[in-house]
Design a protein around this ligand. Structure first.
Ligand code: IVH
Length: 679
């Protein structure tokens, strides 16, 4: 009896897995999802449910099995059957021509060469081995011959297929080792750093180091929390498939369901390839990764084999490097910013210099340990670097240019802002100011309180915060709710209207949903995601305040650091008094009466305008359908409108405006289709 049921469920589970893999592929590889996140989550939940009821059906390639491997103490070693080589560099087109001349001599005379040109992604090189389509091993490059076994970590990266081909239509090769670069997309890197900063955690220096650090974590759940992706550009050893060229290989990898680099081109002659190299810099502006150049490869594998390897680099490929985004300038002095949690963040004041088109006059020095390690001194000539959108950094000093007048940089003895003592926890590299009411910290605290991700108080930015703190109008964020109109009126930028707007914005923020208030408290490690998680378990600040560390730890997604930090925050009398002050001011401290979050559904994120008489529904019914499925309905057409729903006798203004702005017009039938998730 049970067997029959199992056979039936086995089929269903298999089908659902293929469905989930397909949607995963649409989202992470093609960047073109066909269903909403909510629908995807529902499929995954269904699979988890079935697997919970029938654990014997769980397979290693199930989409539920990406995360959850136990942490490892040491990484194992992996020998690469075909060494993972590095590349020789060219900095000018002349050097590419010289390379061509060198290699042309090594091929039979009259042999024509074709070339491919691909982006050179700056991340971490990895190798993925698939046996009969199943991912059996993932390794780092290491020294090119032996790398580290990081299989559990690489399995957490959603764009790495656990089974190939993703669409299940072709046969997988018996064995294939696929090579590519793991990286963090630039936008995701900036967002990740914003989240870390909001949670009071240290931010990561650049996408490349962040990617490398994430892949080499002993605990794969940390890797899973980082927005990693992969771009696959080649193969090592393979059996059971015929691949004759680089171009064919890239096509094949794509068919198997891998993400391959964008803007890859094939050229019948060298000059075509060189032109593509020169266009690379322009093209790179559209790439979501940092690239330090492009790679020119001889296309044919037969020719590649003939050309062979010298030292660590193949003769059949060369990297055409973009001009370095580095510059040399003087480090004039060292300043210190005091962060929201009291961290002392050293930065360099530089003689202004242009780096990749932007004038830079300050750069981060990370922390005092880093300064010491790199031996950076005040007055030094230094190399500064801008990486993507990231803040410029001081890379290293040019010690050969020293005159002897440079001064060593030491951590201060006192907080440069308030003069109070500082301390450094043993297991951290940062120094902290111990004074909880240090004005610099206070400014950061209030900036955080009013920020978009927290209480979202419009019209109150950095400048206003600093001014109000300086004038003693606010000594903590709760003071915002006690501000008197006559104290603000007349300050710079605060005429009647601006004053009233500000007071109104502050007033409105009292009713923010509980998760925003919890985010705004600025507890270390508690950003908006953790805050939302907490409000699912606690319905008020009081409940959270009284939760023990053990209770907090029982919540999936809350780790020991976060639990300790929350408990520590509420243990402090000062913070409890602050909460009371908020309560007296009428700030919402519980979920009661919170407006329900808008429904999520196929229309999430879309805005509609309705015009004319619809054939089967009233306008109100259509509006209700849209809202119920997660969309928004507004009265007039603007750039933000996603669709104009047109019935009979449409209003001329709405219709013409939509036409002018190129906003798609749909009828009732198409609206119903959209509402069902069909796009
Ligand atoms: S080909 C045998 N192609 O650059 C040649 N490498 O400096 C080496 N890289 O370790 C691999 N994008 O991690 C190749 N399209 C691309 C690449 C690429 C990035 C990295 C790779 C390699 C390093 C060599």
């Amino acid at each position: 009896m049970a067997k029959v049921a199992t056979a039936d469920i086995r089929k269903k589970v298999g089908k659902l897995r293929r469905q989930i893999e397909y949607h995963n592929y649409r989202y992470y590889v093609l960047d073109s999802p066909e269903i909403t996140d909510a629908q995807y989550d529902a499929l995954l939940r269904q699979l988890q449910e079935w697997e919970r009821a029938h654990p014997e059906l769980i397979t290693p390639d199930s989409p539920t099995q990406r995360v959850g491997a136990p942490p490892v103490a040491e990484f194992g070693e992996v020998s690469h059957r075909v060494p993972m080589l590095s590349l020789d560099n060219a900095f000018k087109s002349e050097e590419v021509r010289a390379w061509y001349k060198r290699i042309a001599k090594l091929l039979p005379s009259g042999d024509q060469m074709e070339f491919t040109v691909e982006p050179k992604v700056d991340g971490l090189a990895v190798s993925l081995t698939y046996q009969n389509g199943l991912l059996i091993r993932g390794a780092t490059r290491g020294d090119g011959f032996v790398g580290e076994d990081v299989t559990p970590n690489l399995r957490t990266i959603p764009s790495i297929p656990l089974r190939i081909p993703v669409d299940g239509k072709k046969r997988p090769p018996a064995l294939i080792e696929v090579r590519g670069e793991v990286y963090i997309p630039q936008r995701a890197f900036v967002e990740m750093n914003q989240k870390l900063a909001a949670a009071g955690e240290r931010t990561l220096v650049n996408p490349r180091n962040a990617a490398a650090g994430s892949v080499r974590q002993k605990d794969s759940s940390i890797t899973a929390s980082r927005p990693l992706t992969i771009s696959v550009y080649g193969v090592g050893h393979f059996e059971g498939v015929v691949l004759r060229s680089q171009w064919e290989t890239l096509q094949f990898l794509q068919e198997m369901g891998f993400r391959t680099p964008p803007d890859v081109s094939r050229h019948k002659d060298l000059e075509g390839a060189i032109a593509a190299c020169e266009k690379g810099i322009e093209k790179s502006e559209g790439w979501d990764f940092e690239a330090d150049g492009v790679v020119v490869k001889v296309n044919s594998f037969a020719q590649q084999e003939r050309l062979g390897v010298v030292g660590h680099a193949p003769r059949w490929a060369i990297a055409y490097k973009f001009p370095a985004e580095e510059a040399i300038t003087r480090l004039l002095e060292v300043g210190i910013n005091v962060g929201r949690t009291g961290t002392l963040n050293p930065y360099a004041v530089l003689e202004p210099v242009r780096v990749s088109g932007v004038t830079v006059s300050s750069a981060t020095l990370h922390n005092f340990e880093d300064i010491q390690r790199k031996d950076i001194r005040q007055g030094d000539w230094v190399v500064v670097k801008r990486a993507g959108e990231v803040i410029p950094q001081v890379v290293r000093p040019l010690s050969s240019r020293r005159t002897g007048r440079e001064r060593r940089i030491r951590p201060p003895r006192k907080c440069p802002q308030c003069g109070e003592a500082i301390y450094k926890p043993e297991d951290e590299v940062m120094y902290y100011c111990i004074n909880a009411s240090c004005p610099a910290q206070l400014v950061r605290n209030i900036e955080h309180w009013v920020s978009k991700g927290a209480m979202d108080i419009e019209g109150f930015g950095e400048k206003q915060t600093a001014k109000f703190v300086e004038l003693g109008l606010v000594k903590d964020a709760a003071d915002l709710y006690y501000l008197k109109r006559d104290k603000i009126l007349g300050l710079e930028g605060f005429a009647e209207k601006a004053t009233d707007n500000l007071l109104e914005a502050i007033q409105a923020s009292k009713q923010r949903p509980l998760w925003r208030t919890i985010t705004a408290l600025g507890i270390r490690h508690v950003g908006s995601t953790v805050a939302q998680l907490l409000t699912r378990h606690f319905s008020s600040v009081d409940e959270l305040m009284n939760a023990s560390q053990e209770e907090l730890l029982r919540i999936a997604g809350i780790g020991p650091h976060t639990a300790r930090s929350i408990a520590e925050y509420f243990r402090q009398r000062r913070n409890r008094r602050f909460i009371e002050k908020l309560r007296r001011a009428g700030v919402r401290l519980s979920r009661a009466g919170e407006e329900a979050a808008p429904a999520r559904g196929p229309l999430s994120g879309l805005t509609f305008v309705i015009t004319g008489t619809l054939p089967k529904m009233s306008r109100e019914e259509a509006a209700a359908l849209i809202v119920q499925r997660g969309g928004k309905v507004v009265d007039s057409v603007s750039k933000k409108t996603s669709y104009l729903v047109v019935g009979e006798d449409p209003g001329g203004t709405k219709f013409n405006k939509a036409k002018e702005l190129g906003i798609p017009r749909i009828d009732e039938g198409q609206l119903r289709q959209l509402a069902q998730g069909k796009r």
